[in-house]
Design a protein around this ligand. Structure first.
Ligand SMILES: Cc1cc2nc3c(=O)[nH]c(=O)nc-3n(C[C@H](O)[C@H](O)[C@H](O)COP(=O)(O)O)c2cc1C
Length: 261
């Protein structure tokens, strides 16, 4: 089967999922491609993806697909479209996230072609406690590129979407239980913050505003993605939490991408 157009869909507050998705699309050698970036907004109405080879990349939060990504992905319906679900995780574990994402996309009408889990710098990584710092790096990029090539070859070798073999994807059903986490949000060092408002623009859930001449992050809206921490031009924002040190001590050994074809 021949698909000339590739559609890439991602939710990616700190850009690692987006980078992996683009490397996969590069490997597919698409003549043309379109992009749905769900990071900052949800499509207003249902979007039908018809006869398009589709790559969907999202981050893992707590061994599951990030809630905001699920909510936004539910706006997409696949029609005669093979899909490559990809999760990106911070070198701890992706647990049931890839299976969950694959199930969701099949429910939305897509046909599974291949799937993969890649590693990206952990959202909670800091200079004191680096976790998968700088990933995806060149090696990850090259592996994602090759994976894209192989996924395309698999598609080209089959005569119809119905003839695609079923995939055995790592993970369990029922998926890992989601534990409620206490509302929290990054802290601002007022002596560094110049109220430039950059953080307001990079927050995927509009949790940040200026209140009484200070930056305010609403902990009930914040999803702890740390986009505002990583992108603050003044390095005025931090997200102190007990996980960073734990992750650094236990999950520093490099993990490799896992691919299902
Ligand atoms: C709230 C939260 C929970 C996370 N849970 C996990 C996890 O269970 N396992 C893991 O390895 N990484 C976890 N991460 C790290 C992200 O999956 C990782 O940093 C990913 O690369 C972020 O994707 P993005 O750059 O596209 O936003 C978590 C990050 C956040 C913010």
């Amino acid at each position: 089967m021949n698909y000339k157009h590739v559609h890439v869909i991602y939710f990616s507050p700190t850009h690692t999922s987006a980078k992996i998705a683009h490397a996969i699309v590069e490997g597919m050698g698409a003549v043309s491609f379109s992009e749905s970036d769900l990071t900052y907004e949800m499509p207003d109405s249902e979007e039908v993806v018809e006869r398009e080879l589709t790559v969907v990349a999202v981050p893992v939060y707590g061994g599951r697909v990030a809630d905001t990504a699920i909510e936004r992905l539910k706006k997409f319906v696949g029609k005669d479209s093979p899909v490559v679900p990809v999760v990106v995780y911070g070198n701890r574990d992706y647990e049931d996230a890839l299976l969950e994402l694959s199930d969701l996309l099949v429910q939305q009408g897509f046909t599974l072609l291949a799937a993969a889990a890649f590693v990206g710098e952990h959202s909670f990584s800091t200079s004191q406690y680096p976790v998968a710092s700088g990933r995806p790096d060149q090696k990850d990029h090259d592996e994602a590129f090759l994976f894209g090539q192989h996924a395309l070859e698999k598609l080209e070798a089959c005569s119809s979407l119905e003839s695609l073999s079923s995939l055995q994807i790592k993970g369990n059903r029922p998926y890992k239980e989601k534990k409620p986490s206490a509302p929290a949000a990054p802290l601002v060092d007022a002596s560094r913050c110049n109220l430039c408002g950059h953080c307001i623009g990079v927050c995927p859930v509009s949790a940040i505003s200026i209140v009484n001449d200070e930056m305010y992050s609403d902990p009930t809206r914040c999803i702890k993605c740390c986009a505002c921490v990583k992108e603050c031009p003044e390095e005025a924002r931090t997200f102190p939490n007990p996980f960073a040190e734990y992750l650094y001590k236990n999950f520093s050994a490099r993990k490799a991408p896992e691919m299902f074809l």
